[in-house]
Design a protein. Sequence first.
Length: 328
Amino acid sequence: MKWMLTVAKVINVIIIFSVATGTLAAEYDKKNEKTTPAVELKTPKRLLIHGNIVSSTLLNPGNVVPEHLTEFGFFHSGWTIDEIPEVANFATFVDVYYHEIEILTAARENGLKAWIQLAPIFFDGHPTYKKREDYLERWQRARENLKQFEDIILSFDPMDEPFHRSNMRNNDLKIYLEEIAGLLKEDFPKANIALTFTQDTVTNKNFIKFLPQKYNLLGVDHYVGENFQKRIVEKLITKTKHLNINYYLIPRAFKTSNQGYGGISEVQLINRARQAYDFARNNPRVIAIYPFVWETFIGKGDYYLGVDKLNTVQEEYRRIGAAISKFR
């Protein structure tokens, strides 16, 4: 009888050990599972469900996206209310100005977050982009309208490329941007505060001296050349590694008649998109991909052909966006 009990205990220990090691192995495999490179990402298939009412659902294509890469949307997208339901199929947030209440409402109804542009509140606009005298009153009015959307605000963006655009002295601009960030954090403590730089700003030898310290989400744009701006992004990350912040990538997603940016083909734009995704995939502090631009526009006499007119580029970004936003 004793030997039977002994055998039973041994078997029980073996079973427990097997289950435990199997669980640990599964957890290890999950943590070390190879993420899907951009070129191998698959688009979710839509399955029609027939019944009294025909409905549909998306099928998981099996992409493995890193846990840190959670956000995707287009810089200055220009999406209308009617477009928002479709946008929700491949984005996690919409880029809107603070006063676009109907777009914000549609975003919430479709499960999207919001990246809020605030420049007209705090700066007087082209060509000086200087501090407004009545910025506090403007912010108080905007704050009251935005409070109802606090739960979906991903990030606030006080001004695009401030050190490139504004005529304010760098140190004065830094102080003002710090004040703005303080206002935003006081009223919306859970929202990110974002800041985009140009290559010239990041490579400036005094960059760290005039870098505002209250911003926790940084990006740098550079649209020249056929490849994604990997080196300048790495420089930004290196220069700010002492800060507890995250980053977003802004790959070029447009063709233009502006010779300063140089010509580029749709194939090269697709390669840029894939390079950006793969860079984000392998850098745990990159949480968002934020391509520029979706909506075609005319600026200073030049056209900028956006993804809305570049079908193959749009298809690529829809695939990348769906991978980031679905089946997490």
